[in-house]
Design a binder for this molecule. Structure first.
Ligand SMILES: *Cc1c(COP(=O)(O)O)cnc(C)c1O
Length: 385
């Protein structure tokens, strides 16, 4: 059976160029980057070259990049770090209702420790309201964290405008830019963000490696304490092969960003067009324009998204649904619910996320299979019409 992967927002295949760049660091370049000898210097060289490449992807200085185990660590470390550092200055944090769980969960943890967290609502496209943010900002607001692009819908937030508001109030602004990196340009200096999280495996790099950008002048406590790695900010022997892979992936992302964007935009539009022509009662979730080029989140009314992904999986086609089955019951996406999407429509949502290696043939194969799947599921559906 052919396998078709349309779940790039969950993870991307690792680019062959990335694997090639990593291989020497699994074999002969096994040194510890802290060692002063030849082996150590070799590893250090790979580490620092990777730092330059990751910094270049987001317009940062190399000294502003800390390598981590992924965006979950970056988000946790920054959010909890700022809170710890500033708890005497204020205990208020602002975020949004549509963040990734790796932002929401640390915010919840801080609430249990006495912080107050404001969860900004979003409009029906998933965009926050700047007036609402302005009203929420207080003298004791120590951190504002708003994702740049949503992983479920692809909706983009007005990051530059948010940064301006936060700066006026002398608070710290962090953005989870995992989904935007490599898909659309991202420049920390232009956007004026103070901190930003990245994950390698969302842009064709390896899993288990990420980065945290922290603007010079913004002080956070060490993410992990121990040795003197990462300028004393994140102790532990570096995952050199992974970091080298992330660096190569960042370099490729820069080179290929425009090509990738044009390709996935046209394939996404083709998919959208074919779906609406062949299937009735389809609604798009997310912003029609201010959205990632690769993401299409739609609800096929009267069917469960979960059933759609299982049926497509039997055909070898991998997509994601907006609802997650947790402990036997279906849980509608917190992102769609925050957008005011009715629960039934949220249960019906399916996310198609395309990428660098998606082909027109794959999209055609999907649109050939989809109508009969939806028709069959609707014929047995218990959803009311
Ligand atoms: C995948 C993802 C994360 C988590 O990244 P990991 O490196 O897998 O921990 C965080 N935020 C967003 C928006 C994501 O899509």
């Amino acid at each position: 059976m052919k396998r078709i992967y349309l779940d790039y927002n969950a993870t991307t295949p690792q680019a062959d160029e990335v694997t090639e760049a990593m291989l020497p660091y699994f074999r002969e370049r096994y040194g510890n980057a802290s060692s002063p000898h030849l082996f150590g210097r070799e590893a250090r060289g790979g580490l620092e070259r990777a730092r330059e490449r990751v910094a270049a992807l987001i317009g940062a200085d190399t000294r502003e990049i800390i390598f981590t185990s992924g965006a979950t660590e970056s988000n946790n470390a920054l959010i909890k770090g700022i809170a710890r550092k500033k708890r005497d200055a204020g205990r208020h944090i602002i975020t949004t209702a549509v963040e990734h769980h790796s932002v929401l969960a640390p915010c919840k943890a801080l609430e249990r420790e006495g912080f107050e967290v404001t969860y900004l609502g979003v409009d029906s496209y998933g965009v926050i309201d700047l007036d609402q943010l302005r009203d929420a900002l207080r003298d004791d607001t120590v951190l504002v964290t708003v994702m740049s692009a949503n992983n479920e819908t692809g909706t983009l937030q007005p990051i530059e405008e948010i940064a301006t508001l936060v700066r006026e109030r002398n608070s710290v602004f962090h953005t989870d830019a995992v989904q935007q990196a490599g898909k659309l340009p991202l420049d920390v200096k232009e956007l004026h963000v103070d901190a930003l999280s990245l994950s390698a495996h969302k842009f064709y790099g390896p899993k288990g490696v990420g980065a945290l950008y922290v603007r010079r002048g913004v002080v956070i406590p060490p993410l992990l304490e121990g040795g003197h790695h990462e300028r004393n900010l994140r102790a532990g022997t570096e995952n050199i092969a992974g970091i080298v892979g992330m660096g190569r992936a960042a370099e490729l992302a820069r080179e290929r960003m425009e090509n990738d964007r044009v390709l996935v935009t046209s394939l996404r539009e083709r998919l959208h067009r074919e779906i609406t022509q062949r299937i009735s009662d389809v609604v798009v979730n997310g912003h029609p324009e201010r959205r990632l080029p690769n993401t299409l989140n739609v609800s096929f009314r009267y069917v469960e998204g979960e059933s759609v992904i299982l049926s497509l999986d039997m055909k070898g086609i991998a997509v994601a649904s907006g609802s997650a089955c947790t402990s036997g019951s279906l849980e509608a996406s917190h992102v769609l619910l925050a957008m005011g999407v009715p629960p039934e429509q949220a249960y019906s949502s399916v996310r198609f996320s395309l990428g660098r290696y998606t082909t027109a043939e794959e999209i055609d194969c999907l649109v050939k299979e989809l109508p009969s799947i939806i028709e069959r599921l609707r014929s047995i559906s218990t959803f009311s019409r």
